[in-house]
Design a protein around this ligand. Structure first.
Ligand code: GLY
Length: 593
């Protein structure tokens, strides 16, 4: 067998990728005006990433998917703002410069560690199904599931956005900077313009057919019928106007008034695929505070977002099943380590498909799914020397009768992750999304609307047995987003998360293992090539040393598939210093002082 995953190989490949990213996010010549150049600190952060180094700081740090957004957050933190303040500024800019991934028209989950109280909590800003949505929304006249993109593109898939309400709620609880100030950078960039990034340009080109279906979306991304290109100066005065409304009126200016009316009109009039969202849905939207879900792993408590996300449950299950296995001794280059990780993931995904959904609608064995005794019993299944021939859901302890059928919902990778530590020691981990790249492809007031409802199961029943994640009015679709804060002795030691659809779970679990077991620093852990198993096929990252494991994993009985695995991990390690990492597969950076 060839040697696998040597560190030289990992970093040769990743440095090349990161160098490319460094070249592309640095200030670029723009057509039709001057794009805002990056600060010297941001350029240094890009260089550190290209060299495979974490960014080190003493007081505060922010890591996110685009340097302009990170700079917006850094400005707030430098001026003494809180992590919640900085998050608002980051999200507002991400919605402009990375509009395909997250924005005002989407939803998000936020995990917060409060330095003063020592408490962890989570905010659920997930999109909700409109009250007029029926369980058969994604079925045709014969009751058969629609084709995925027939459902996605248009108004049918649009859930009530949660992000604006989440920004306001986080600021109300934990903000220190005046709310209107948090929009300054976003407004300036939207009015003055920014250089279209290589990633955005490539995604527009690849999605041109769908983006051209709706006039407002086509006019913005394909002006005059031509796709925006890398380096083009892009202005978004409508987005600037929306931000001014939010700055002046708060989230009420989004959930009521002309913006709300435009959202409803856009959804209901979407040609060929109208939706059912109403002004009442927008007016009723609420952010929900929920207890974090935590699982034990080694010396840590790995905490994150519970239902309606499957993120913390599945990350916690994977790690919990591996607790009795010495991954440190096996090492990152050992196929046996990946057999254990891959099959633990498959077992976790079996439980996900059976039990996990919006627990406000469906009774869920939330505590039972991460109970150490239950995970130890599931881990006994890993005591083989080959890939599991069959994987089925387990029977976690539950004080409620349940009879659910298994579901496999489709989630394609988009989304964005933000990690922040502020000068007071508060820690924020937030994953934010409009679901598919460019969401529903519907645009109004300068932002895209989500297609989050396609995270529901398109089927409501299987052989007459109901599926937990079926669509119901007012319900929140199951997510895989895994914003995570790792705790040790009651203190935060790592904030981490990623985009990537249901592969998010594998990206986050792998990075925590690399950091906790394999002694990697935060940048090394994110850059380590991915191997992700969800439903049986082992996805290995094409063009990296992970692909060298194909032969060994095939020999263990796995079906192996080489492919791009475009995570967007952003993490901050919290110790004597702060050490930030940004995924070399995307355009983001970590910045701190
Ligand atoms: N739409 C991505 C997720 O919520 O997992």
């Amino acid at each position: 067998m060839r040697p696998v995953l040597t560190f030289c190989m990992i970093f040769a490949a990743q440095v090349a990728l990161a160098q490319e990213a460094a070249d592309t996010v640095a200030p670029e010549a723009a057509t039709g005006g001057e794009a805002t150049p990056l600060s010297a600190e941001a350029v240094a952060a890009v260089t550190a990433k290209a060299a495979g180094q974490p960014v080190v700081a003493e007081n505060w740090m922010v890591a996110a998917a685009n340097p302009l957004a990170v700079e917006a957050g850094a400005e707030i933190l430098r001026a003494g703002g809180s992590a919640a303040d900085a998050m608002v500024a980051v999200q507002v800019v991400l919605g402009l410069v990375e509009p395909q991934s997250s924005g005002l028209g989407g939803g998000a989950f936020l995990v917060w560690y409060d330095a003063e109280s020592g408490e962890l909590t989570t905010l659920d800003g997930r999109e909700t199904a409109p009250l007029a949505a029926t369980p058969r929304l994604f079925q045709d006249e014969n009751g058969e599931p629609r084709q995925f993109f027939d459902a996605v593109v248009g108004g049918r898939s649009v859930g009530t956005p949660g992000t604006p309400a989440l920004l306001e709620e986080a600021h109300r609880r934990w903000g220190r900077t005046p709310w209107p100030d948090l929009f300054d950078k976003g407004i300036a960039l939207a009015e003055d313009g920014f250089a279209v990034s290589p990633r955005l340009a490539g995604l527009i080109e690849g999605d041109a057919d769908r983006l051209s279906r709706f006039p407002a979306t086509a006019a913005y991304f394909l002006p005059g019928g031509t796709a925006l290109a890398e380096g083009d100066l892009l202005k978004n005065p409508e987005y600037a106007a929306t931000l001014r409304t939010l700055a002046e009126e708060g989230a009420a200016g989004f959930y009521g008034g002309p913006i709300a009316a435009d959202i409803v009109r856009t959804v209901r009039n979407a040609e060929g695929n109208p939706g059912v969202l109403s002004g009442v849905d927008l007016a009723l939207y609420q952010v929900k505070e929920r207890a974090p879900v935590c699982a034990e792993y080694r010396a840590y408590d790995v905490c994150g977002m519970g239902p309606p996300s499957s993120g913390a449950l599945n990350v916690g299950q994977i790690l919990g099943m591996l607790n009795n296995h010495d991954l440190a001794a096996l090492g990152a280059e050992n196929p046996e380590a990946w057999r254990l990780i891959g099959d633990a993931s498959r077992l976790a995904f079996a439980d996900r498909g059976r039990y996990m959904a919006d627990s406000d609608f469906v009774p869920m064995p939330t505590a039972g799914l991460v109970d150490p005794g239950y995970l130890a019993s599931r881990a006994e299944l890993l005591g083989t020397d080959a890939a599991l021939a069959e994987v089925a859901p387990g029977n976690p302890e539950f004080d409620h009768a349940s009879n659910w059928a298994d579901d496999v919902s489709i989630e394609l990778p988009s989304t964005s992750h933000i990690s922040i530590v502020d000068g007071q020691g508060n820690v924020l981990s937030m994953t934010t999304t409009i679901e598919n790249g460019f969401g529903s492809r519907l645009m109004t007031n300068g932002f895209l609307l989500n297609n989050e409802l396609t995270d529901f199961s398109f089927k409501t029943h299987s052989d007459g047995v109901p599926i937990a994640n079926r669509l119901e009015p007012g319900k929140r679709p199951r997510s895989s987003m895994s914003p995570t804060i790792v705790m040790q002795d009651g203190k935060p030691v790592l904030a981490i998360g990623s985009p990537g659809g249901s592969r998010i779970i594998g990206y986050v679990a792998k990075s925590i293992i690399a950091w906790a077991d394999w002694g990697m620093d935060v940048q090394q852990a994110l850059a380590l090539p991915h191997l992700v198993n969800r439903f049986g096929t082992y996805d290995v990252e094409e063009g990296t040393s992970a692909a060298d494991l194909e032969e060994a994993l095939t020999g263990l009985g796995f079906e192996v598939n080489q492919r791009d695995l475009t995570s967007g991990l952003h993490a901050i390690e919290i110790g004597d210093t702060l050490r930030g990492g940004a995924d070399p597969r995307r355009e983001g950076i970590a910045l701190g002082e």
